[in-house]
Design a protein around this ligand. Structure first.
Ligand code: PA5
Length: 430
């Protein structure tokens, strides 16, 4: 099986040749062999490496059962979670939900501590029936913890004691107390696998449940991820697009390109770019010599930051995701107003979007911006998302190994939490 995703190295040729990438992979053969065997990094975080560890037939059945219950009882599912724990499902749901207009709406909460934001969620729910899904591995993160409090109170007011039938929690079976709370109060429970960290959890119950509720075919998505896993683990490293991408981006960094921006031309893919940013930013940002990930949503961002990319300081690599949602029937309408856009009359919108994509890629490349590209089939679906998810999990793992950081921890974020606890007097007041 080959991937439907194609990695294009052509537009970095002013800085790096394909032969240099190959030579670097051969030079570090042992490192990549160890990566293929998932030997690098703490053993208690490697569960994601094999899709079937946490998304085999039995687990998928269990997820479907919970999803079916939520779908039958609610018009809205509020997903409470933050960071790695919700960005994967957000990426898939916010892109694929339009194909399932009759499914419950997913609303995201517990990803900030803004009182206004929580009010907005209540307003959006309105009178519609609602369930909540709380994701919190050890159940000690403030954002989901507080949102769960607010929603317990809200659900009790609306549904009385039956409220518990509308709550599913996803947490560790070993640490924290979500499992215990679910048993004591009768909430539904799905396991947050012990050996999978937040940002590696999309192909586990954590990320798959919201997708299933939104009508996404998780069986197809997971099968595609399994196929991708098989491909990436069998193709030799020098021909492995995930390894080549991991090496290419870091060779560019060594030439001064410290920023890598993912570029998408479909706004529905913005949340995928945000997932990608989470993966690379939180995984690699632990040493000075590492890439800062960013993303642009074009054509809008061509009218803002695009100017900087074109002619500002030359330290940005762009990673284009050539992936369009097509609407061949949507054409530029005729007009009896002399507005100056007559030259586009009758043209499909799609071709204008492709012209923007090709035009900006060429302009940036011509001016000296190294551009990596992932070419995807049109109209992203479950199959593509399964592929994208496993591909970039594998790639970020390889990239982190290559620059020598622990792929699975994020100790730095504890510093802000300590300050916050001090300010909130966590340890002095009840
Ligand atoms: O990747 C990670 O581990 C983090 O981004 C976590 O997902 C995030 O901090 C939320 O953690 P928790 O699910 O424990 O509340």
């Amino acid at each position: 099986m080959a991937l439907s995703l194609k990695f294009n190295e052509k537009y970095i040729d002013k800085y790096i040749g394909s032969d240099e990438i190959t030579a670097e992979i051969i030079k570090h053969k042992q490192l990549f062999d160890d990566g293929y065997a998932c030997k690098i990094g703490p053993d208690d975080r490697k569960g994601w490496f094999k899709v079937d560890n946490n998304a085999d037939e039995n687990m998928l059945k269990r997820i479907h059962k919970v999803a079916d219950k939520i779908r039958s009882q609610s018009e809205v599912l509020v997903v409470i979670g933050i960071g790695g724990s919700n960005r994967g499902s957000m990426a898939a749901v916010e892109c694929l939900k339009y194909a399932h207009p009759d499914s419950p709406e997913i609303i995201w909460a517990g990803n900030n501590v803004s009182a206004t934001a929580i009010e907005r969620v209540m307003d959006r729910i309105g009178n519609r029936s609602v369930s909540v899904y709380v994701i919190a591995k050890d159940f000690n993160t403030v954002e989901p913890g507080l949102a769960f409090r607010v929603f317990r109170q809200y659900l009790k007011q609306r549904y009385g004691d039956e409220y518990k039938e509308r709550v599913t929690v996803c947490g560790s079976e070993g640490k924290g107390n979500l499992l215990e709370l679910s048993q004591k109060y009768g909430f539904g429970f799905l396991p947050f696998p012990e050996e999978v960290g937040g940002r590696y959890c999309i192909l586990t119950p954590v990320g798959l449940l919201p997708c299933a509720v939104a009508g996404i075919d998780i069986d197809v998505l997971v099968q595609s991820a399994r196929d991708t896993e098989k491909y990436l683990k069998t193709v030799d490293a020098a021909n492995n697009p995930a390894v080549r991408y991991a090496v290419a981006r870091n060779l560019l960094m060594k030439k001064g390109f410290y920023v890598e921006s993912m570029v998408v031309n479909e706004p529905d893919l913005e949340f995928f770019a945000r997932w990608w940013l989470q993966e690379f930013g939180e995984t690699e940002g632990k040493i000075q010599e590492c890439i800062y990930p960013d993303y642009y949503v074009n054509s809008e961002d061509l009218h803002s930051i695009g100017q900087y990319v074109q002619q500002g300081r030359r330290f940005i690599t762009e990673t284009y995701l050539r992936c369009f949602k097509t609407h061949p029937d949507k054409k530029v309408p005729s007009s009896d107003v002399e507005d100056g856009f007559g030259y586009l009359e009758g043209k499909p919108y799609d071709s204008v979007n492709r012209a923007v994509y090709n035009g900006s890629l060429k302009a940036h490349y011509d001016d000296g911006v190294p551009c990596l590209e992932f070419i995807c089939p049109d109209n992203p679906d479950e199959k593509l998302f399964g592929e994208l998810f496993y591909f970039f999990l594998f790639a970020v793992y390889m990239s982190a190994n290559y620059i020598g950081v622990n792929p699975f921890n994020q100790d730095g974020v504890e510093n802000y939490k300590k300050n916050m606890y001090d300010l909130l007097e966590k340890f002095t007041k009840k």
